[in-house]
Design a protein around this ligand. Structure first.
Ligand SMILES: [Zn+2]
Length: 340
């Protein structure tokens, strides 16, 4: 910039000030900061909203984690590829944990509840804070729909001292799921490594059962208007997706259909060691992914990167994840295809 005689006075003063600051830093030495701004370590609140028909859907951040490659089961060739890939990209198995809130206008429905204090070393369990940031309180939640009883999905329901975090909520889960994890006989026969899963499921559910707030379903009964149960067995015996529809739009809350998206979308046959029935888990995924791709269904996937909302596209012999694009207007996600 050249300084001309007609430069407005305000600019010329700013210019003079800049010269003074530059001189001062020159005198102080090359390492002196020009203007030391403090770093801001707080983050944007962990929620993200979008509209599905008349529904308000809010993704709620619960935390992050890393999936261990030893937790994946695939052919030797596939798994060799995963290990090689990890050397090139150590973030390949980074995962996220989310739960979701649906405000139907009549009811406030939480789908899964995050980990609370029941999973890992504190990198999860932010759900209640995210919920409050999103403008709601745990007391307002009417219904919790649970995809399955692993503690990264239900730990947020209950405190370690046995208090219900959602005191007014009725909790729903598949009967096969509840019967499996809450059975003392099955727990007694389970391998040692699996014992903590049974113990946490029993402790987390106990206060809701005691309060008469624990409900199971075994067919296609209606729990919420406009919501369909989608059995997705394999990962766990009663693993269930929840599909909400409104005004011709759909969203599927698919639970743990995918854990390690960078592996399992390209190789849907790869399972996780936590899949109780490995064959059924793979079969469910192989059947579901093409259907969701074809129908362009909006997916809420608890372990996809925040906000864990997106769609599938066919890519090579597998699929790719197309995340929703950020917008600061909650209703801007409505399809606009009819314009073209
Ligand atoms: Zn999970």
């Amino acid at each position: 910039m050249k300084l001309q005689g007609n430069v407005p006075k305000r600019n010329s003063m700013r210019f003079a000030a800049a010269i003074l600051i530059a001189l001062a830093s020159f005198v102080a030495g090359p390492n002196a900061a020009l203007a030391a701004s403090p770093q801001h370590h707080d983050q944007a609140p962990g929620f993200y909203r979008l509209k599905v028909g008349d529904l308000e859907v809010t993704a709620l951040y619960d935390g992050t984690g890393v999936f261990d490659p030893h937790w994946l089961n695939g052919t030797k060739a596939t798994m060799d590829g995963v290990v090689k890939g990890l050397h090139e990209d150590p973030h390949m198995l980074d995962v996220s944990d989310e739960a979701f809130l649906v405000n139907t206008g009549k009811q406030l429905i939480l789908v899964d509840a995050g980990a609370g204090t029941w999973w890992g070393g504190g990198a999860m369990g932010r759900l209640a804070g995210s919920l409050r940031s999103a403008g709601y309180t745990p007391e307002e939640v009417d219904i919790v729909l649970v995809t399955h009883l692993h503690s990264d999905h239900v730990g947020g329901l209950t405190t370690q001292d046995g208090k219900r975090v959602f005191p007014n909520a009725d909790v729903y889960v598949a009967k096969a799921e509840s019967d499996f994890w809450l059975s003392p006989e099955i727990a007694a026969k389970a391998p040692k490594d699996a014992q903590p899963f049974f113990q946490s499921a029993q402790a987390i559910t106990a206060p809701y059962i005691k309060a008469g707030k624990w409900h199971t379903f075994s067919g296609s009964e209606t729990i919420v208007d406009g919501m369909q149960l989608v059995p997705l067995p394999g990962h766990t015996p009663g693993h269930t997706g929840y599909e909400f529809s409104s005004k011709g739009q759909k969203i599927l809350f698919w639970g743990d259909t995918i854990h390690a998206q960078r592996v399992q979308l390209q190789h849907p046959e790869v399972t996780a060691i936590f899949d109780i029935d490995q064959n059924a888990a793979a079969a469910t995924r192989l059947q579901l992914l093409p259907k969701l791709t074809r129908e362009d269904v909006l997916i809420a996937g608890p372990h996809m990167p925040f906000p864990a909302l997106g769609r599938l596209r066919k890519e090579g012999s597998g699929y790719s994840w197309v995340p929703v694009v950020f917008t600061d207007r909650w209703d801007e996600h409505a399809p606009s295809v009819e314009k073209y």
